[in-house]
Design a protein around this ligand. Sequence first.
Ligand code: NAG
Ligand code: NAG
Ligand code: NAG
Length: 293
Amino acid sequence: MKGLASFVFGVIACLQTVLAGGFKPFRFCQLGDIQIGFGLDGWQNDTYRMHLAAQQVNAQEFDFCIAVGDLTNDRFSYEIQAFQDTFPEFEPKIHLLPGNHDISNVATLKQFSVDYNVSDHGAFSQNGYRFIMLDSITLISNLTEFEGYTRAEWQWFEAELQSAAAQGEEIIVAHHHLPFEFTEDEPDSYWTFPNRVRGQYLKLINKYNVHHILVGHRHETKNIYPTDNSFTIYVVAGTARFFDTNGFGINYFNVASSDSATGVSQEYVHLQGVTHMKRSLGLPNGCPDIFAH
Ligand SMILES: *[C@@H]1O[C@H](CO)[C@@H](O)[C@H](O)[C@H]1NC(C)=O
Ligand SMILES: *[C@@H]1O[C@H](CO)[C@@H](O)[C@H](O)[C@H]1NC(C)=O
Ligand SMILES: *[C@@H]1O[C@H](CO)[C@@H](O)[C@H](O)[C@H]1NC(C)=O
């Protein structure tokens, strides 16, 4: 039976490739803030929900997933240990991004790579798409100690965009902070890129025809659009805490064609098996500050 099922799936996958003109469709997922230690029902329950997310992801045929930062809340050793112990449960490759709770200075920037065995930013290609994963902490911070990292990351981002464009790849960008929440010209807030760098970022997004941006940080689940609707910012709350009424969940993406403007579809799916859905009673406080005042 299993053999027959995989044969049928194989034939369907092959047909899809033919119908898409040689393009091989793929699927990926967006995990929000895993942030072990932030849930109101305790870090063990955050860890349990991470485990549920792994089970849910494994039951799908994703080529990979991207976790959009804030892996733990406080970087306490027991939180990092819980993350490291649960992470291998995910079967597909999970690309990890940092959030402001992971990195807030150069020491924690270096520690991030030690704790998770990954760079704070990076890029990879999949079936004609280039995924650019940015460290939005160093990108948008004006802390003096980040200066060299900030400059290097902007240069790297632009070089990566150029190289993807030169190779005819469609581009999808992911990072922790929201570029903006409601309108491109809104004032600075805790959640978003400050105006100091927002325009520079949006210019690149437009220049390189980026249509999809994956973010976390907000602990809400929604899609945000610019005035001209040229791209979508996908925000997903994650598995530790949500501030809206959309609960815990995962964004599923299906990439059906080599045109990212029309070929990418998204579906929000609630986290399955959750018995405790504790809601935040207010905004977080005491979060690591990545700006110089
Ligand atoms: C954490 O989850 C467990 C198992 O679902 C549950 O029994 C417990 O009450 C939860 N803790 C809190 C503080 O809600
Ligand atoms: C760290 O990452 C490298 C390259 O992805 C991998 O080969 C290695 O096994 C990883 N080490 C650990 C301890 O996971
Ligand atoms: C750094 O950026 C923050 C937020 O964008 C701003 O409030 C602050 O004035 C800036 N500080 C310096 C020293 O430029």
